[in-house]
Design a protein around this ligand. Structure first.
Ligand SMILES: [Fe+2]
Length: 371
């Protein structure tokens, strides 16, 4: 069964955050639980207090990166069973994922979060609202939720966890060049992977193609904090999120996850390293190749070779590496980790969406050549 899901309403405008109180009232929300972290609250605390003056609210601002199931259970205990019309996440991927999981527990306190899957029915008794503060993860529109337990990371998902309302305001996005670049590259890779994925559809292709075009032309300017470019990057990251959360990411994410976990390199940079190798590998599949050729036309190049050249130039322009050696990682150290990288990648669920079946030998070749 093919389906396409996304938030019911997306509000988007620079500084719309200052109308949050009005939006919540319009949506019939009288009592809200705000979930965030202390760093973000340092930036937006005053604006939040001002706009939410008419709304009954409670704050949980103790989210830390890579939230654990135990932390979410502890948050539920601290909330003492109170009811909220909405759980409102203000933050990056970790805050939004935390909020999704907390909304599940608020609705069903006995739920086992580690077993969340697309195949079970989850009825949320509270609305989920997302306000992303990075332009990249797509968690604000996706069904996915990444949690951590004693065994490690759990990539889970259920369509009930697609936020009902998404509020996009690029005035909340970081102004740091490096963060803007890495998160923008993440969204760029999401778009290419959504296109190549073996579960892509015309809906996801349309969003991903437009996101690629917009990110390609605006990321560098967004890094210079040009407002219009930042607005476009914020929206494009969400378009890419809508695309990949309905089609899946693929080999660049599977290999990038493994690389990032092994060498402690940020997510966007890690998946970016494996974009070009993935395009070359996946072009063996005629359908994927046709789709890359559509992107070639959008970016005004003639063929896959031209596309690779343009992407290489684009990465250089925004200071993102295309090679492992560009990160200063020693050749011998990298070589010694390749078997570990292969086994981690083979276990990554994103590999199932790749249009070309990738075996251990294929991954070995890609990892080796990407040095
Ligand atoms: Fe990603």
């Amino acid at each position: 069964m093919s389906l396409f899901q996304f938030p019911r309403t997306i509000y988007f405008q620079r500084d719309i955050f200052d109308s949050l109180g009005d939006i919540l009232q319009k949506e019939g929300i009288r009592r809200v639980l705000i979930v965030s972290d202390k760093i973000i609250m340092g930036f937006i605390g005053n604006r939040l207090e001002k706009t939410l003056a008419p709304i009954e609210r409670e704050l949980f601002v103790d989210v830390t990166p890579e939230p654990t199931i135990r932390q979410i259970q502890n948050a539920l205990t601290a909330l003492k069973g109170r009811h909220y019309d909405a759980v409102l996440a203000i933050g990056g991927g970790s805050v939004i994922d935390f909020s999704k999981a907390l909304a599940v527990l608020i609705s069903n306190p006995g739920a086992d979060l580690s077993t969340i899957s697309p195949f079970e029915v989850i009825n949320l008794k509270t609305k989920l609202i997302a306000i992303p503060t990075t332009s990249g993860t797509g968690s604000d529109v996706s069904f996915g939720v990444v949690l951590t337990d004693d065994e490690g990371k759990l990539a889970l998902g259920n369509y009930a966890l697609v936020p009902e309302i998404d509020i996009l305001d690029s005035s909340l996005a970081p102004t740091d060049k490096k963060i803007t670049a890495a998160t923008g590259i993440d969204a760029f890779v999401h778009s290419f992977e959504a296109i190549a994925s073996n579960t892509s559809t015309v809906f996801t292709d349309a969003l991903a193609e437009r996101a690629i075009e917009t990110i390609f032309h605006n990321l560098k300017r967004a890094m210079e904090n040009e407002e219009n470019a930042k607005d476009l990057m914020h929206i494009s990251a969400t378009m890419a999120g809508m695309a990949f959360s309905n089609s899946g990411t693929a080999s660049a994410h599977a290999l990038g996850h493994s690389f990032g976990a092994t060498f402690h390199i940020t997510h966007g940079t890690s998946v970016g390293l494996f974009l070009i190798p993935s395009i070359l590998f996946n072009s063996q599949n005629q359908e994927a190749k046709e789709k890359y050729l559509r992107v070639c036309r959008i970016l005004n190049v003639n063929d896959i070779e031209g596309l690779i050249e343009e992407i290489t130039k684009f990465f250089k322009d925004v200071g993102q590496p295309c090679r492992v050696r560009d990160l200063g990682i020693d050749r011998q150290v990298y070589a010694s980790k390749i078997e570990q990288l292969i086994s981690l990648s083979m276990r990554d669920s994103e590999l199932a969406f790749n249009p070309v079946l990738a075996g251990e030998d294929d991954l070995r070749k890609i990892f080796t050549e990407t040095y």
